[in-house]
Design a protein around this ligand. Structure first.
Ligand code: BGC
Length: 474
């Protein structure tokens, strides 16, 4: 059942990737049909991150008042309506409006879907399950490339495809309950118990339900006070905020969206002559992205968040360095180096820096500020996403491709230091234990890597609960 929950919420991730990627395949057709200025082209493309910024801002509060499920239903409607409108437009400004709606849906979904999965998942599998969301983003990107390839003559068909997962998301969320944690926070404990029983596929009177409900209720009671912005920025929660914002800043400064966007250009430079081979090679990048995300999912709950992040940042630093050297020199022999560097870069990103900020964003904030905390973290994602994509062409024309990739490499090297100094280990630790640690005032970094304080209740109950969860979900 929990995999069904993750799959449904994962449709939201698919739509995220699809709506990002679909413009790439359709742009040349739109250029042929409409009079598109560089400004309208920029607006049309940037409408998604812009709408997403707005969506994330609104969703932060609404996710607490209206619930996770209600917001995912709203996002599903926006996805379907935005896709239909995009397919029907008769002027370019209309496409900007339609993509703004899609962007709002993406912003809401990008915040609520990982939260929905994290709050429904047993601790021992939470990382892997939240990564399903990232896998879905990469499948969405690949899906958009493939739809662009298959329907290369009709941009309306390409856009229309986005309506199908939108409808599937609506139907799926319609039949699923809200998360036990949100229901409990609203004082609806009977429904919370029923939701646990359904998600864990156990009888309502099972000890698993009672134990989980008691733990959630205990934390919810201690958190009666509704989290405010000043709590979020206050000294207790700030370490979590720094980790949330920092990981997204580094994820985006690693240059991922510039690389994904410019992959066909790099392939052209590397000697792929025709447009169709460039496109096929780009699909190849899409496939590596998906495949390595699966590898990351298998590793995330085994080797832990910190180690995986360190491997990812080290891998992207090295591969970006390879691309930078190859791009800075004209030697044709180095084209192969750029190509290998690009594949390694996507592989290292997809297994680590892609999924981990999403996973950790959904884990590190205490329940009463989880919504606004995740909202701020995902705002950071959209802001830096926009800055990198917008600045890429300007930077290339001033300091060259080699210089730009060198900057991204430095950002990834900074990621190694940031992980070492700031990022805690949340692997297998119950969300309630993460909150307890943060509130204890002990350095956040020490979570999961230091033994519990004597007489503190320790990690024992949570690990026991994690074990029970694991047994129950088998
Ligand atoms: C990032 C996106 C990126 C995608 C690529 C996500 O984790 O947030 O900006 O396009 O990964 O797979």
């Amino acid at each position: 059942m929990i995999y069904f929950v993750a799959a449904i919420a994962g449709i939201a991730g698919f739509l995220f990737g699809f709506d990002e990627g679909v413009i790439a395949g359709s742009l040349h057709l739109l250029r042929g049909e409409f009079n598109i200025t560089p400004f309208s082209e920029g607006l049309m493309t940037a409408a998604v991150p812009l709408g997403a910024l707005f969506g994330a801002l609104v969703a932060g509060r609404a996710v607490e008042t209206s619930g996770r499920r209600a917001l995912l239903l709203v996002a599903a409607v926006l996805f379907a309506v935005g896709a239909l409108l995009s397919a029907l437009i008769v002027a370019v400004w209309m496409l900007s409006v339609a993509r703004l709606l899609l962007g709002i849906a993406v912003g809401i979904a990008a915040l609520v879907a990982p939260l929905y999965i994290a709050e429904s998942a047993p601790p021992a599998r939470r990382g892997m399950l939240v990564s399903i969301y990232q896998l879905a983003i990469t499948l969405g990107i690949l899906g958009a490339y493939l739809v662009g390839y298959a329907f290369s003559e009709s941009w309306r068909t390409m856009f229309l495809f986005g309506a199908l997962p939108g409808i599937a998301l609506f139907v799926g969320m319609f039949v699923l309950p809200d998360t036990p944690r949100w229901l409990a926070m609203k004082g609806r404990s009977a429904e919370a118990g029923a939701a646990i029983a359904r998600i864990r596929a156990v009888a309502p009177e099972s000890p698993v339900v009672t134990a989980e409900l008691a733990e959630i209720a205990r934390i919810a009671e201690a958190d009666q006070h509704k989290g405010t912005w000043s709590d979020l920025f206050g000294p207790v929660i700030r370490p979590a905020l720094v980790v949330g914002i920092g990981l997204f800043l580094l994820q985006q400064l690693s240059g991922i969206n510039a690389v994904i966007y410019y992959a066909p250009v790099v392939f052209r430079e590397a000697g792929f002559g025709s447009a169709s081979t460039q496109l096929l090679a780009t699909v190849g990048i899409g496939i590596v992205n998906v495949a390595m995300t699966v590898v990351g999912m298998l590793l995330i709950d085994r080797i832990g968040r910190r180690r995986l992040l360190l491997i990812g940042f080290a891998g992207t630093t090295l591969s970006l360095g390879m691309i930078a050297i190859a791009a800075a020199t004209d030697a044709a022999a180095l084209d192969v180096l750029a190509l290998i560097g690009l594949v390694l870069y996507i592989a290292a990103f997809a297994a680590s820096i892609g999924p981990l900020p999403w996973v950790m964003m959904s884990e590190i904030f205490p329940l009463n500020v989880r919504g606004i905390g995740m909202s701020v973290a995902s705002l950071a994602n959209w802001t830096f996403n926009f800055i990198v994509v917008f600045s890429f062409p300007l930077l290339v024309s001033s300091i060259g491709l080699g210089g730009v990739f060198a900057i991204y490499a430095v950002a990834c090297a900074a990621g190694i230091l940031f992980t070492l100094r700031r990022v805690p280990e949340t692997n297998g630790v119950a969300l309630e234990e993460i909150e307890r640690h943060l509130r204890s005032g002990r350095p956040f970094r020490e979570l999961g890597t230091q033994p519990p304080e004597p007489g503190h209740g320790g990690l024992q109950p949570s690990y026991a609960a994690a074990g029970a969860d694991k047994a129950a979900s088998r």
